[in-house]
Design a protein. Structure first.
Length: 315
């Protein structure tokens, strides 16, 4: 029997999976205030959906968890723009304001019957397994699985995406940070006065099993990006070869001593011109093809290098 897959971006799915007008209006309001946060919500939902599938979650839980992820930052609607969109580092006071988006989002969902089932997304996505998260400082036994999944998706997109207030970090370096956050705190040992604190410290912030799955999702995405880029490289290569032929006849035309010969080679050139290309413009177009080709080839090489680094990472 074919496994049923939840496609978050399928329009039919969006209707049948409770992404109704109320929820869309809430998210549209979020997007109108901060385009970065809106895009982040969409990214986290998409990553969460993929994580659930790789974790072999049921279709129903995947639907539920994905919508929770879509709503996870909805509380930022009420965070002052001067704090939310601040280009520099936040002060301690500003960070405390940002942290309130979890409880604000939770309260928003609880007040709306249609959003209430997904209140776990806003409330738990910043909780950490070792108790160092917020808003409640819960530990692994008290953090719902959906919260653990969304946390990893949220952290990955927040670090790897280009935001207005930080520098872009590469994919492999982002994964290294997330892996580091899944490791235990080595500074705490079993002789600590509070045994529970010591036990919690043996955990990292992130669930290692989910982080392992994130690596698989990222690798799949990179391979897909390589395939798409390679298709474009092949297209560019075909056009470069075509332009080479045009250039060959163009040079022969310039060397011709009679009008008859010049027209002969000119006709051949025109046979290879496409769309809005002209004899006068093809050189610029040829140069653009070659430049684009080199850029894309370099991109593919860089992505393969990322893959080599990622495959060596250990969780």
């Amino acid at each position: 029997m074919k496994k049923e897959v939840f496609d978050f971006y399928d329009r039919t799915s969006l209707k049948s999976y409770n992404l109704d007008r109320t929820m869309q209006d809430q998210l549209n309001a979020l997007g109108s205030l901060d385009v970065f946060t809106r895009k982040h919500c969409e990214n986290v939902a998409a990553i969460t959906c993929r994580l659930c599938e790789y974790l072999h979650c049921s279709k129903g839980f995947t639907e539920y968890c994905t919508i929770c992820a879509y709503l996870h930052d909805i509380g930022k609607i009420f965070i002052p723009p001067e704090v939310l969109q601040k280009p520099g580092k936040l002060t301690d006071e500003e960070y405390e304001v940002i942290k309130t988006h979890t409880t604000i989002g939770y309260e928003m969902c609880m007040k709306d019957l249609k959003l209430r089932p997904y209140a776990a997304g806003p409330l738990y996505h910043h909780e950490a397994l070792n108790g160092t998260g917020y808003p409640q400082g819960l530990t692994k036994k008290d953090i719902p699985y959906e919260g653990q999944i969304i946390r990893v998706a949220d952290e990955y997109d927040a670090i790897v995406s280009k935001r207005q207030y930080k520098t872009h970090i590469g994919i492999s370096d982002t994964l290294k940070i997330i892996i580091e956050n899944s490791k235990p705190n080595k500074t705490v040992n079993s002789s600590d006065a509070l045994k529970e604190i010591a036990n919690n410290a043996k955990l990292g912030k992130n669930n290692p099993a989910i982080v392992k799955v994130l690596i698989k999702v990222v690798l799949d995405d990179i391979y897909y990006e390589i395939a798409c880029t390679q298709d474009y490289v092949d297209y560019l290569d075909e056009n470069i070869k075509r332009c080479k032929k045009i250039e060959k006849y163009y040079n022969k035309m310039l060397q011709s001593k009679t009008e008859e010969k010049k027209n002969y080679y000119l006709d051949y050139m025109k046979m290879y011109l496409i769309d809005n290309e002209t004899v006068g413009s093809f050189h610029n177009i040829y140069d653009n093809y070659k430049t684009a080709y080199e850029i894309r080839k370099k991109k593919i090489d860089n992505l393969y290098n990322e893959i080599k680094v990622i495959k060596k990472l250990k969780v």
